[in-house]
Ligand binder design. Structure first.
Ligand code: SAH
Ligand code: SF4
Length: 380
C-alpha cells in the first residue's frame, strides 16, 4: 500500500493556506499563524508552533510538511556574495545568489531547472530545459537563504531586502508557480518585500508580460541585448516568436498599467565584444526605446567555458554607456559580483563544479575577467 504524499505548506500563498485550513474544518486565522511560523520564524516542524494546539499540530504532522529544497553546496565570495546550490526534486539542481550592497541585500532566485530559451551567451540556456520549479522550491530558496542568516526578530530586519527573479530559467514560462511564490514574497505573512523591491526578469514572453500586469504589481526587467530583430533573433531565439515591435508595445502597456510611480522598466543589455557593442547599436537602441520609461543596465558578459563570446572591451562599454546617457537614457553598468564562486549572471549552471580545475581553465582562457567596467556601478 503506498503512503499518501504529504502536502508541502511552504509553497502555499495566503489564499491557498486559508482554503487548506477551511477544508480541514479549522478557522481561517490558523493560516496566518502557520504562515508566520514558516516564513517569519523559519519553522520546519509543526511542533515548533507553540500557539497552535497540540491536537491540530498532530493532525498537521499527519497530512502536511514544511520542506525546503536541500542545500547541496554553499559558497561565500570574497566580496560577500553568497551562493547556494539546491537539489531539485526528481534530479537536477538550481542556484540562488545573495548580493549584499550596503543596506541592501538582493537575493537572485531561480525559476526553472535549465531553460528552454537557449540564449547562446547564457550557461543556463546551454544546459537545455529540464523542468519547472514548484512554488515551494521557488519560495524555498528565500526560506533557506533566510535560515542561513539566522532567526529574525521582525520583518524590517531581514537581510534580504530585494528579490530578483534573475537566476536560472525563464520565470514567465513557469508563470503560475512563480506568481504564487512572488505573492508570498510580497505578503506580510510571508516576507513583506515591497513591490518595487521584487523584480522579474524576462527574455520577452509577450502574453505573460500582459498577464503579469493584471495579476501582480512588481518591477519588470527585460533582457533586450540587441537593438534590432536580426541580431536579437540570433542572441535571444525567443525573439523569432515575439519580435521587438511586439515586445516594446508590451513594455509600454506594462508601464502604463503599473500603479506606483516608479513604472520604469529595466532593459538589460549584455555587452558582447564586437557583437552588440558598436556605436551603431547604441544609436539604434536610443531610437528603439524612445517613448518608453526605461533605464538601461549594461551587463559586461560573464564568461564560462566554451561560451563562444567575449566580454566587450572596457573602452567600448564606457563609450556605449556615455552615448546612451548623453541621449537621455539613464544607464548604469552592472558590477560583476561573486564571479570567484561562479555566482555572476549567466554563470549559474546548478552543478557543484570542481572549482580548482575550473579556475585553472579560466586562467588559461582568453577572457580578462579581472577587468571591471565600473562606470556607474549598479549591482542587479
Ligand atoms: N531568463 C530570464 C532571467 C534569468 S537570466 C532572462 O533572461 O531575463 C538573468 C540575466 O542574466 C538576463 O538579463 C540574462 O540575459 C543575463 N545573462 C545571461 N547570461 C549571461 C552572461 N554570461 N553574462 C552576463 N549576463 C548574462
Ligand atoms: Fe534562459 Fe534567461 Fe539564460 Fe536566456 S538568458 S537562456 S532566457 S535563463
Amino acid at each position: 500500500m503506498s503512503v499518501p504524499q504529504k502536502v508541502n505548506l511552504l509553497g502555499f500563498s495566503r489564499e491557498h493556506m486559508e482554503a487548506f485550513f477551511l477544508d480541514m474544518g479549522e478557522k481561517k486565522f490558523r493560516a496566518q499563524q502557520v504562515m508566520k511560523w514558516i516564513h517569519h520564524h523559519q519553522a520546519d516542524h509543526f511542533d515548533q508552533m507553540t500557539d497552535v494546539g497540540k491536537a491540530l499540530r498532530q493532525k498537521l504532522t499527519e497530512v502536511a510538511e514544511i520542506r525546503g529544497p536541500k542545500v547541496l553546496h554553499e559558497g561565500i565570495s570574497r566580496d560577500g556574495t553568497r551562493k547556494w546550490v539546491f537539489e531539485a526534486d526528481g534530479g537536477g539542481a538550481v542556484e540562488t545568489v545573495f548580493i549584499p550592497d550596503g543596506r541592501r541585500g538582493t537575493l537572485c532566485v531561480s525559476s526553472q531547472v535549465g531553460c528552454a530559451v537557449d540564449c547562446g551567451f547564457c550557461s543556463t540556456g546551454k544546459q537545455g530545459f529540464q523542468r519547472d520549479l514548484t512554488s515551494a522550491e521557488i519560495i524555498g530558496q528565500v526560506w533557506q537563504a533566510g535560515r542561513a542568516f539566522g532567526p529574525r526578530r521582525n520583518l524590517g530586519e531581514h537581510p534580504i531586502t530585494n528579490v530578483v527573479m534573475m537566476g536560472m530559467g525563464e520565470p514567465l514560462l513557469n508563470y503560475g508557480e512563480v506568481l504564487t511564490a512572488m505573492r508570498i514574497m510580497k505578503d506580510d505573512l510571508g516576507y513583506g518585500i515591497g513591490k518595487k523591491r521584487i523584480t522579474l526578469s524576462t527574455s520577452g514572453v509577450v502574453p505573460k508580460i500582459d498577464q503579469l500586469s493584471q495579476d501582480l504589481d512588481v518591477a519588470l526587467a527585460v533582457s533586450l541585448h540587441a537593438p534590432n530583430d536580426e541580431l536579437r533573433n540570433e542572441l535571444v531565439p525567443l525573439n523569432r516568436k515575439y519580435p521587438l515591435a511586439e515586445l516594446m508595445a508590451a513594455c509600454k502597456r506594462y508601464s502604463d498599467n503599473i500603479t506606483h510611480r516608479h513604472n520604469t522598466i529595466t532593459m538589460e543589455y549584455v555587452m558582447l565584444r564586437d557583437v552588440n557593442d558598436k556605436p551603431e547599436h547604441a544609436r539604434q537602441l536610443v531610437k528603439l526605446l524612445n517613448g518608453i520609461p526605461v533605464k538601461v543596465n549594461l551587463i559586461p558578459f560573464n564568461p564560462f567555458p566554451h561560451a563562444g563570446y567575449e566580454r566587450s572591451r572596457k573602452k567600448d562599454i564606457l563609450e556605449f554607456h556615455k552615448f546612451l546617457n548623453d541621449h537621455g537614457l539613464l544607464t548604469t553598468v552592472r558590477t560583476t559580483r561573486g564571479d570567484d564562486i561562479d555566482a555572476a549572471c549567466g554563470q549559474l549552471v546548478g552543478t557543484v563544479q570542481d572549482r580548482t580545475r575550473r579556475a585553472e581553465r579560466w586562467k588559461k582562457s582568453v577572457f580578462h575577467r579581472t577587468e571591471q567596467a565600473d562606470g556607474n556601478a549598479a549591482s542587479v
